[in-house]
Design a protein around this ligand. Structure first.
Ligand code: AR6
Length: 334
């Protein structure tokens, strides 16, 4: 299940742990989505809001949902658009972040957002959608406790923008914490089983996963061998990973995998563009990799991306297993 969903509809009808209200600083109701939420929740919501002492722009406060299907309402105050020079973008991003923080602190797992500030407050819709997406995706990578975020679009225009962004949105993030390493290890086990069992057999896959992609092995590769691991997120879901290490003038691409179910989403291309730009940043002239001689799909895919077959290499990987690979190289000096 995707962690982020985009739907067209009325937020007051959603049966989620919390819906977010695009309120004003008084928190005492208004028009737009605010008016709709107060009407559906009943007068008790206003009474609860009266106790909150208002709310600053960019901040968020929580109440029960009363008569709403949602258990809670998180009230946030978006910025009024004033040309963009009054920290509007920063404040809008803060609305999404603070709402998610409040959600997380209150044990909320499913949450729906309206398109904050894009009605009465006049924030340009495409830019607002992009900020909403980026902020929510960023937050979710560090907060697995939030299970689902719904962007509930009321108008056609916003719905169109969110869907457009959705297709293009990939997040590639450097792996640092142990919890991120665990995500890589879990992904590796799934992906290696998907791709390698038909090529090298279950026994060798088990051995390789345990030896090279356990949490401890990845931790050592990062901390003592200075390899860089990156998680590729799609719709805030871990969907693939990359591992690179400098090797002389080249950058060695030791791992680049996308979950089978995420093929065709453009993640492969996005991942490669990222690898090329990181390689250039590190001053490399080429990207090199090894690929199993029987892994015809990958050989063809790299060939299409411009990699040239440069020879063969046999590597002893332990326990009597060997890898019989081609080496491939992509020149990036041009
Ligand atoms: N469900 C989901 N989205 C809705 C709904 C609904 N039932 N109704 C409207 N929207 P706005 P703002 C969308 O004006 O720009 C209030 O008076 C709407 O299409 O509600 O943040 C407050 O009290 C738009 O895309 O909020 C403040 O004074 C989005 O909700 C002020 O408006 C936000 O539009 C806040 O202005």
């Amino acid at each position: 299940m995707a962690k982020i969903e985009i739907i067209r509809g009325d937020i007051t009808r959603l049966d989620v742990d919390a819906i977010v209200n695009a309120a004003n600083r008084s928190l005492l109701g208004g028009g737009g989505v605010d008016g709709a939420i107060h009407r559906s929740a009943g007068t008790e919501l206003l009474e609860a809001c009266e106790l909150l002492n208002g709310c600053n722009t960019g901040d968020a406060k929580i109440t029960p949902g009363f008569k709403l299907p949602a258990n809670h309402v998180i009230h946030t105050v978006g910025p009024v658009w004033n040309g963009g020079m009054n920290r509007e973008k920063e404040l809008l991003s803060s609305c999404y972040r603070q709402s998610l923080r409040v959600a997380s602190e209150n044990g909320i797992r499913t949450i729906a957002f309206p398109n904050i500030s894009t009605g009465v407050y006049g924030f340009p819709k495409l830019e607002a959608a992009s900020i909403a997406f980026e902020t929510v995706q960023g937050f979710l990578t560090d907060h697995p406790e939030i299970e689902k975020v719904i962007f509930c679009c009321f108008d056609e225009e916003n719905f169109g923008y969110y869907n457009k962004l959705n297709c293009n949105k990939t997040l590639i993030k450097l792996v640092k914490s142990t919890s991120e390493i665990k995500i890589v290890a879990d992904l590796a086990s799934t992906i290696w089983n998907e791709y390698y069992v038909p090529i090298i057999g279950q026994e060798q896959v088990n051995y390789m996963v345990a030896s090279f992609q356990s949490i401890e092995a990845i931790e050592q590769q990062i901390r003592t061998e200075h390899q860089e691991y990156y998680l590729i997120y799609h719709l805030a879901e871990p969907s693939g990973y990359i591992c690179i290490k400098p090797a002389g003038n080249d950058l060695f691409l030791s791992k680049f995998y996308i979950l089978k179910e995420k093929r065709g989403t453009g993640l492969g291309k996005g991942g490669l563009n990222f690898i090329i730009s990181r390689a250039k940043e590190l001053g490399a002239n080429a990207i090199t990799l090894t690929v199993n001689k029987n892994n015809i799909n990958s050989i063809n895919a790299y060939d299409k991306l411009g990699f040239k077959n440069t020879g063969s290499v046999v590597t002893e990987i332990g326990a009597g297993f060997v890898m019989d690979d081609y080496t491939m190289r992509l020149d990036i000096t041009g």
